[in-house]
Design a protein around this ligand. Structure first.
Ligand SMILES: NC(=O)C1=CN([C@@H]2O[C@H](COP(=O)(O)OP(=O)(O)OC[C@H]3O[C@@H](n4cnc5c(N)ncnc54)[C@H](OP(=O)(O)O)[C@@H]3O)[C@@H](O)[C@H]2O)C=CC1
Ligand SMILES: O=C(O)C1=N[C@H](C(=O)O)C[C@H](O)C1
Length: 264
């Protein structure tokens, strides 16, 4: 079985790691990349094993029109990722999307296109198995601890805040938590943003520092006790098993799945 893959964002931190992973899986074949820069006609030195040169496309539409592929991976930015995903679905190339920051409306719009065209698609705010468990355990804990604060910490090159993982965590917690406006009823921010972002009365705090990769703590509080669930991605290899699993799984789907927890 050979799965032909197009990847967008090859010069990025994740794109680079994903190319190494694709190269190591005998079933996977990188057939093209989409990049807003094209310094050479072909992608050089990306692979010790890819024998054919991999063409670089600056125009995504041209890429999907000219190149036959089974799966499309996006690791860029939310606006670009959304445009790419739409194009991939329209060309019947199954998207596996790691790019974070898609709005709920964007996900719903893509879901409708995927269903209408019967094309598999996976959007995963986090591909690390430990992060998925952190979200699942948080969902379980929220049934007993409705008071919760989410603290996500990332490298200082991250453009979107809060992280896709933090938003997904809050969405999953929402399913089991009795809705509650947390903190003192008269609470006020003396400095705008002091209490972080809010989803259904839960607060999300975003920390950005050099030295960090991707980390999240979900802290639950109850009378006389605290309960903390924590996950750390120490490098980008932590996301690769999830991408690999998604590439195989998306081949069997005919609709959009949002979140890796739904395919594991
Ligand atoms: N789902 C998951 O498990 C994970 C998801 N992510 C997400 O993946 C995405 C990429 O992360 P990361 O690799 O760290 O980021 P990087 O900034 O390192 O890489 C992003 C790449 O996308 C390119 N890009 C950005 N905007 C555009 C655009 N408008 N058109 C074309 N290319 C563009 C950049 O090009 P240029 O260099 O020219 O700016 C760059 O090469 C982010 O959304 C991040 O949150 C990250 C880690 C794990
Ligand atoms: O930008 C990152 O690095 C990461 N982004 C994703 C997110 O926004 O949740 C996943 C992971 O946290 C790393």
């Amino acid at each position: 079985m050979t799965i032909n893959i197009i990847l967008a964002g090859p010069r990025g931190k994740m794109g680079n790691e994903a190319i190494k992973m694709i190269d190591q899986v005998p079933d996977f074949n990188l057939v093209a990349v989409i990049d807003r820069k094209n310094e050479g006609k072909f992608l050089k030195d990306v692979s010790e094993h890819t024998h054919a040169a991999v063409p670089i496309f600056v125009e995504p539409e041209e890429c999907f029109t000219k190149v036959e592929a089974d799966v499309f991976i996006d690791l860029t930015s939310p606006e670009t990722g959304f445009i790419h995903t739409k194009l991939a679905l329209e060309h019947h190339v199954r998207p596996v999307i790691g790019t974070s920051g898609f709005s709920e409306e964007s996900v719903q719009e893509l879901k409708a296109i995927a269903s209408e065209r019967k094309v598999g698609c996976i959007i995963a705010p986090n591909f690390a198995i430990g992060a998925i468990l952190m979200m699942k355990f948080s969902q379980m804990a929220a049934k007993y601890f409705p008071d919760v604060e989410i603290i996500e910490m990332h490298h200082d090159q991250k453009v979107d805040a809060p992280s896709g993982t933090a938003v997904k965590t809050a969405e999953m917690i929402r399913k089991s938590r009795t809705e509650k406006k947390q903190g003192h009823p008269d609470e006020r921010e003396e400095l705008a943003g002091a209490r972080g972002a809010e989803i259904d009365g839960m607060h999300i705090h975003s920390v950005r520092l050099p030295g960090l990769v991707a980390h999240q703590e979900v802290i639950f509080g109850g009378p006389g006790q605290l309960f903390t669930i924590k996950h750390d991605s120490l490098n980008r290899e932590s996301f690769m098993d999830g991408i690999k699993t998604s590439i195989y799984k998306v081949m069997e789907l005919d609709e959009l799945v949002y979140g890796l927890e739904n395919i594991l």
